[in-house]
Design a protein around this ligand. Sequence first.
Ligand SMILES: [Zn+2]
Ligand SMILES: [Zn+2]
Length: 440
Amino acid sequence: MTDGPTRVSGDLIIRDAHVLDPASGLDGIADVRLSDGRVAEVGENLRGTRRLDADGLHLFPGFVDVHAHWRTPGREDEETIETGSAAAAAGGFTSVVMMPNTDPIVDRPVVVSGLVRRVERESRVRAYVSAALHEGLEGERLTEMRLLKEAGAFCVSDDGLGTQSAGVLRNAMLYAKSAGLPVILHCEDHTLATGVVHDGVAAALAGMPGSPGSAEDVATATALVLATETGARVHVTHVSTALSAALVGFFKGRGDITADTTPHHLTLTDDLVGTLEGLYRVNPPLRPDADRLDVGKALKDGILDFVATDHAPHASEEKELPLEEAAPGFLGHETAFSALYTELVAKPGGRLSLSRLVETMACTPGRWVKGGAYGISPGAPADLTLVDLSEQWTVRAEALVSRSSNSPYLGRRLEGRVVGTMVGGELVYDGMGARFGARV
Ligand SMILES: [Zn+2]
Ligand SMILES: [Zn+2]
């Protein structure tokens, strides 16, 4: 990648890319003209001061990730806003929501405003701050959500822990609604989630303590019932079981409810528990193939709205441990598109269309974050992702942009690769080589 963002002056023509944007109904070879950081025109034989030859590449609306841990403040040895946003850019993400389980926790307005200022200085992509729902993420005292919003918080979440009391969660939803903040929920019941992996055949064979799928399902059901009753804007993140996906389907339309699942829950299963490697510990845990398939079908059918990575960097001393002792979490930004494209689209009998994949990585999460249409259309910010679907690559720790290397795809060969990412018309990731040219 380049040492820094490449400033693009004058009108830039992205020439001959296959433009695919389900939101705008675009699906074919076209030129796209960018001007003043925005999309100016989509058409044929467009003219401008500079050109980018995108022949053979696909151009998508920039990917949007509503769930990431950039570990700042507090664990800058694992990730920073600079490295997290660079990893996001390398994965084609142009907007990211940062989770609040940092040190200090993002539960006070001064921490929010400090982060907002740092994002402006240090982030390569657009980054939004999620504040905590409860002080210290402890599920007891509500945070001052109105003040957090005034300080720049975009949403609230107790991600990583999940609120354990239904009464407390109901109050939190009511307050978030009155403060005008969406709530992102990590659904996990701690009285059931007592193990380190999914409680199934793989856990039994490995002799590992398991947590049943009900640990997620019970908490998801509670959250959805309360979302329906309160009318709060509730987003259930990292849905990983067949039953939780079905519950989202049942409650959809009864409240202001959306849900996502992750690339790893869509592509990996609890078979990896058999390796006993700490690298494969994650929350919620990897599930059996039947769950993976049903969750994928729910994404395909629109019951689950979109994909979010839960990008969770960890230092190697926290992951290179036996499963029971390792910290839960995977890197996500840099492999999300390629893993999903490889496993769900490109494989013979692939279960997801490329168009639906783009919808779930860009258009739908984009609409959720921006609150309006999100795609490649005249006047829209030029947040764009260029992908080479023909490129194959092997995930290597030393080549990752993230400061950490805990990717569950290490050593895997993936198809399709992000080669360029633009935010507001500015090239924030350039893996294209010499495709820029002068006036056309
Ligand atoms: Zn979580
Ligand atoms: Zn998370």
